[in-house]
Design a protein around this ligand. Structure first.
Ligand code: KPL
Length: 300
């Protein structure tokens, strides 16, 4: 199976490296981090997990040539980079390829669907964690389940092959008929943890250790839940709050992706996290003042 990872940063390189190690023909495409691409070309991709170092020989490129005959294209760019990435790859994109997004947040799907038939589009959520340590070096920061679902259409034997490959690669993956619900369940967690950790410049654990931030996070989660109910989420308020707190506890030492972006002076995914709740809330006439406040405070 030929796989092209578009936006091979931390998570994209991790997935690509593991899939290559399992025997897939993987290309890591990253036009903006040339140092990362060069390091992989010269020394392979180095994946560090606790004391273990995995080195994978995998082709890396800054050009779109490899896309033409890809069976699977993984979109791993930041949510706000999706439109630009899709425009870059569109001329080489094959309408036969499966296109998979395991991006954080919701709302970037429309950018992908401008170029990809909805029945070839797969959406995923993952609890895998990765950090870019430097050019060619990724830390496998957390292991957890990945769920994939087709945007439109039934499960097929081609998808079975993709899932089997992910399993062989050590990426615990399941198919879901309810991927939209899972996306919104994850969104509630990101809405509560990401902006507060970013604004207060603290690791995820602050959401449970600081009683005031815990109270605010709970209220943000409940507000997002009201909107998420229109997307299949059936959690109670208590369950939604418990999920936020469990993730904050389990990832207490982690620096959320939003805080990492803020610390590096990069744009954040706020428009696809709390901003997505606000947009959808307006459409559904559900007030979301806390999510709006956090969206305004983070700014971009
Ligand atoms: O997904 C995350 C993120 O940082 O974006 C959480 C779950 C908050 C873990 O850090």
């Amino acid at each position: 199976m030929k796989i092209v990872i578009v936006g091979a940063g931390a998570l994209g390189s991790l997935f690509g490296g593991l899939l290559a190690r399992a025997g897939a023909s993987v290309w890591l495409y990253n036009p903006s981090n040339v140092a990362h691409v060069h390091a992989i070309q010269h020394n392979g991709l180095r994946v560090e997990r606790d004391a273990e170092l995995i080195t994978v020989a995998v082709p890396a490129t800054t050009t779109t040539e490899a896309l033409a005959d890809a069976d699977l294209v993984g979109i791993f760019v930041k949510a706000y980079q999706t439109a630009q990435a899709m425009e870059q790859i569109a001329p080489k994109l094959n309408r036969r390829s499966w296109v998979l997004s395991v991006q954080n947040g919701v709302g970037m799907e429309a950018e992908i669907l401008k170029f990809v038939p909805s029945e070839r589009f797969l959406r995923g959520v993952t609890a895998q964690g990765a950090t870019l340590l430097g050019p060619g070096r990724v830390r496998w920061a957390g292991v957890g389940p990945t769920k994939l679902g087709r945007w439109e259409g039934p499960f097929t034997s081609e998808l079975e092959d993709i899932l089997a490959l992910f399993q062989r690669a050590g990426i615990e993956t399941e198919y879901s008929q309810e991927i939209e619900r899972l996306l919104w369940e994850k969104l509630i967690i990101n809405c509560a943890i990401n902006p507060l950790t970013a604004l207060f410049d603290q690791p995820n654990g602050v959401i449970v250790h600081d009683s005031e931030l815990r109270e605010i996070a709970g209220a943000v989660a409940c507000e997002a839940l009201r909107v998420a109910r229109a997307h299949g989420v059936t959690l109670t308020e208590e369950e939604a709050i418990a999920r936020v707190e469990t993730v904050a506890q389990k990832t207490a030492q982690n620096i959320s992706s939003m805080l990492q972006d803020v610390r590096r002076g990069r744009p954040t995914e706020i428009a696809y996290i709390n901003g997505a709740v606000v947009r959808e809330g307006r459409r559904l006439r559900i007030p979301t003042p806390l999510n709006l406040l956090l969206t305004r405070l983070i700014g971009r």
